[in-house]
Design a protein. Structure first.
Length: 227
């Protein structure tokens, strides 16, 4: 194989390494953003309120989408969820493109150290011994989150937030409030349009593209050496 051809192949590999989006610097606990500015995520928002003694149900549902606007630095020494709350700048829109003003239940968490996040979740109720709480951690290769149920004398509150492990973006938010005379429910669910195991704009997707390009170049080199 000629030196010029070898140089060209190495140049291609170099370009593959530098054109991908760099992962933002991690904090001192290994947390970093798994999403990129400009990314879009679509959701279905469903709510229902039932007055039991009147047997009356008022359902409500709509679709919306989120656009990531900014990704600030992640503070060091994270010890509570309030340190991470609403760090990412994002805009919310109805299906027709009209922007939705005000706060929302949508959120995204940094990735890279889910063990830390799980420990924070599990410690949320440690300072409230008067509460009777069941804590379930959802932990799969694709999703991670929690499902807590708080028992009161007047009823129960069930709270669940589940995130996509590779990106940290909200997958499901579930709130159900049950009292003697009413039952309220709200569920926000990610509308998944990508069937790949990870999105291209995630750190795993970036690494996958680089690895794929490297494999192709190595295969070409092997063929040329045989010739």
């Amino acid at each position: 194989m000629s030196k010029s051809l070898f140089s060209q192949l190495m140049a291609i590999l170099f370009v593959l390494c530098i054109v991908v989006t760099p992962v933002s610097a991690a904090n001192n606990q290994g947390l970093y953003w798994g999403v990129t500015i400009g990314s879009r995520f679509d959701y279905h928002d469903f709510g229902e309120f039932t007055i039991q003694n009147q047997n009356e149900t008022s359902p409500r549902e709509e679709n919306f989408y989120i656009i990531i606007d900014s990704l600030p630095s992640i503070p060091d020494d994270i010890t509570a969820m309030r340190n991470l709350s609403r760090l990412v700048g994002a805009s919310r829109f109805y299906e027709n493109g009209t922007e939705i003003e005000g706060s929302s239940s949508w959120d995204v968490l940094p990735v890279g150290n889910w063990g830390l996040i799980v420990n924070i979740w599990e410690g949320q109720w440690s300072n409230q011994p008067e509460e009777n709480v069941t804590q379930d951690i959802i932990n799969t290769p694709y999703l991670i989150g929690y499902n807590f149920t708080v028992f009161h004398e007047s009823g129960t509150d069930t709270l669940a937030d589940i995130y996509v492990r590779t990106t940290g973006v909200l997958h499901t938010s579930y709130i159900r409030i049950v009292r003697e005379y009413y039952d309220g429910l709200r569920r926000i669910s990610l509308v998944e349009r990508v069937t790949l195991p990870f999105p291209f704009d995630s750190p795993l997707g970036i690494a996958g593209m680089v690895m794929a390009g490297t494999v192709v170049i190595l295969m070409v080199l092997a063929v040329l050496r045989r010739e």
